[in-house]
Write a protein that binds this ligand. Structure first.
Ligand SMILES: NC(=O)c1ccc[n+]([C@@H]2O[C@H](COP(=O)([O-])OP(=O)(O)OC[C@H]3O[C@@H](n4cnc5c(N)ncnc54)[C@H](O)[C@@H]3O)[C@@H](O)[C@H]2O)c1
Ligand SMILES: [Fe+2]
Length: 400
């Protein structure tokens, strides 16, 4: 890649890094533990949240995951409206339909209930309520909302995205199959409820891939050049929690402690990357999610080792630090880093996550590569830049 371009990217990232503390980034008020979902009615009343619209999916309703919340809201006579049209990889159409329902039903706040998809959809709805004249596609990128959203209570039912803590929402344009993040501090939910009871029924394949998403957030944040003391601490905590709990949550789904620790891992990972950003793993994963609907965590889990190998010696030191945190030893930084990458591969293999993405078609690579580069550059402070040539090679390796 052209040296002037690289300099421009680093200057851009440096400016964002410096202005970040002035953007008013908040953290959500947090409730953690078994049964905390039942605290929501109290929260709605105490914080004057009026009539919330619950944004979720039909699948989660059918799983009866919301029943206890509905019962408690009814018992407390709190009015609410349920919008359950969200599906994985939420689209602009889902947001727009939600905005109509929010307004028609005179709602005043949002309860985002589900995995990253319902939480992101709720954030999108909130953004469009705040900015009724700005289309979703015009919010792509960074700092395009700049207005307060209705208050959001985020209730994750997967342990991966950390969306309940982040300034991002990731939306798919159903017409173009472009999936892109919108980043704005106003997207950080006001409240987050981490109730492990909601995640005990997660199928193995979702526990594994969403858990690897949390790991990817932490690793991409940590190896990047946008860290602060806090993002490093958060990333380290995430890696440690994933190392200690993901396989337990995977093999003993009803282990409440492991489930709670994975929710915390996802949350801390979210805090880490909301300030330090993600990198090419996510940019490529989004392109694959938009083009083929590949689940986000699955894509990340598969891509992560390929990207870490591509970065090579530029990240040995950082990966060696993460390796040391979890007790992986070696005689040099290189050896520790390589063993850390091997651990990621072993985790995938143990949890039956494949190492290739068979959906990738040769003829789509150019468009996906362009989209991924557009998402990542200049915003993500990645350890080493890629151009078209390098990123195309990654897609080719992924397809096998
Ligand atoms: N905003 C952010 O900061 C951020 C960060 C990472 C990822 N994302 C986005 O989040 C989305 C992915 O979210 P996700 O990985 O949480 O998956 P998801 O929300 O798409 O859900 C995946 C599947 O899990 C099911 N599910 C969810 N909770 C369940 C439960 N408790 N029991 C049984 N089934 C359950 C859902 O019905 C769905 O079929 C992607 O669009 C991704 O791009 C956003
Ligand atoms: Fe992610």
């Amino acid at each position: 890649m052209n040296i002037l371009k690289k300099i421009y990217y680093r200057v851009f990232q440096g400016v964002i890094y410096l202005v970040f503390p002035f953007l008013g980034l908040r953290k959500p008020e947090l409730l953690v533990g078994e049964g905390t979902v039942l605290e929501i009615p109290r929260l709605v009343r105490e914080k004057d949240l009026g009539k919330p619209m619950i944004v979720t999916s039909k699948d989660l309703i059918n799983l009866k995951l919301l029943d206890s919340l509905f019962a408690k809201l009814n018992e407390e006579k709190i009015p609410y409206y349920v919008y359950d049209e969200v599906a994985p990889n939420p689209t602009i159409a889902m947001i727009e339909a939600g905005v109509v329902k929010f307004n028609e039903n005179n709602c005043t706040s949002l309860i985002a209930f589900g995995g990253g998809s319902p939480i992101d959809c709720a954030k999108g709805i909130g953004a469009r309520i705040a900015r009724p004249r700005k289309e979703v596609s015009k919010m792509k990128g960074i700092l395009k909302i700049q207005k307060k959203l209705p208050p959001i209570i985020a209730v994750p039912t997967t342990a991966g995205t950390g969306s309940e803590a982040t300034l991002a929402t990731v939306i798919t344009d159903e017409a173009t199959h472009d999936k892109y993040p919108i980043n704005d501090p106003n997207l950080v939910p006001k409240y987050a409820i981490l109730d492990p009871v909601l995640t005990v029924g997660l199928p193995k394949g979702i526990t594994s891939t969403t858990g690897m998403d949390a790991l990817t957030h932490a690793v991409e944040a940590y190896i990047g050049k946008g860290n602060t003391k806090e993002t490093k601490d958060m990333a380290i905590k995430t890696v440690q929690l994933v190392y200690d709990n993901l396989l337990t949550a995977y093999s003993e789904g009803n282990n409440i402690k492991a489930r709670e620790n994975m929710l915390l891992a996802a949350h801390y990972g979210g805090i880490a990357f909301t300030r330090a950003y993600v990198g090419y793993v996510h940019a490529i994963a989004h392109s694959l999610g938009g083009m083929y609907g590949i689940p986000h965590g699955l894509a990340n889990a598969i891509i992560l080792p390929y990207m870490l190998e591509y970065y090579g010696e530029t990240i040995y030191k950082k990966l060696a630090e993460l390796a040391t945190v979890v007790g992986i030893v070696g005689i040099s930084d290189q050896e520790k880093a390589e063993r850390f990458i091997q651990w990621v591969k072993d985790m995938n293999a143990t949890m039956k996550i494949p190492s290739k993405i068979s959906e990738i078609k040769e003829e789509d690579i150019e468009l996906m590569a362009k989209r991924a580069l557009k998402e990542a550059n200049p915003l993500y402070p990645v350890p080493k830049f890629m151009g078209m040539l390098e990123i195309t090679q990654i897609y080719k390796k992924l397809m096998g």
